[in-house]
Ligand binder design. Structure first.
Ligand code: AMP
Length: 221
């Protein structure tokens, strides 16, 4: 099964992708995570991407698309994947369509997570990320049991450099200008499900799972 999660930063794509990945036994592919890893390791890609990420701008399409082609070519994606953070504009969506066409496979579900701006800003300003396993926490909404320590793996929690008020504003502007046309693009392919994601993660997950299970029941009958 191939799933795309669309939505603004802070809409809950990463959180849902992680839970879905475990539930459905599919790899979670987050272009943001792969880029951050490259920045941390100081690779050539990381050095090229760093300044764009710090400014809250999109990393150039050719760099990100090449990175995704390499990731999707790995054998663990044979039965599908959960894509989080790609595509970010129409050019990337067209590149993804071409990649999938070449492999003769299709996207099954595109979930557009829609949250209010006040919720998004509150989530991003308080977000904590585990430096080891990537799990997300929140200073208020989902605090770790021990201060700045990951409940899952004991790794150190940190605040992302781009989760500051100024960069968040820029990322939301970039989303509006470059990513929001994707909703119409995928609506035309009739695979887009629009869901409110203001609620707690379990509630949003329930809505996603009901849609997936309903389609599967239809296929079984
Ligand atoms: P994210 O973790 O998805 O919020 O992404 C963090 C940052 O990584 C973004 O603000 C962009 O600078 C960069 N990025 C992630 N995915 C993409 C993409 N598909 N295209 C361009 N830039 C991306």
């Amino acid at each position: 099964m191939r799933i795309i999660l669309l939505g603004t930063p802070g809409a809950g794509k990463g959180t849902q992708a992680k839970i879905l990945s475990e539930k459905l036994h599919l790899p979670h592919i987050s272009t943001g995570d792969i880029l951050r890893q490259n920045v941390k390791q100081g690779t050539e890609l990381g050095l090229k991407a760093k300044a764009f990420m710090e400014r809250g701008e999109l990393v150039p399409d050719e760099l990100v698309t090449q990175m995704l082609v390499q990731r999707i070519a790995q054998s663990d994606t044979r039965d599908g994947f959960i894509l989080d953070g790609y595509p970010r504009n129409i050019i990337q969506a067209e590149s993804l369509d071409a990649m999938l066409l070449k492999e003769d496979v299709k996207i099954d579900f595109i979930f557009y997570l829609d949250a209010d701006e006040a919720v998004i800003i509150q989530r991003l300003m308080g977000r904590l990320v585990c430096s080891v396993c990537g799990a997300n926490f929140h200073i208020k909404n989902m605090p770790p049991k021990n201060d700045m320590v990951c409940d899952n793996c004991g790794g150190r929690l940190y605040q992302r450099d781009d989760d500051n008020r100024e960069t968040i504003k820029k990322r939301l502007e970039v989303y509006r200008n470059e990513s929001s046309p994707l909703v119409q693009y995928y609506q035309k392919q009739q695979k887009l499900y629009r869901l409110s994601s203001n609620e707690e993660p379990e509630v949003v997950l329930g809505k996603i799972m009901r849609i997936i299970e309903k389609r599967h029941d239809c296929l079984k009958n």
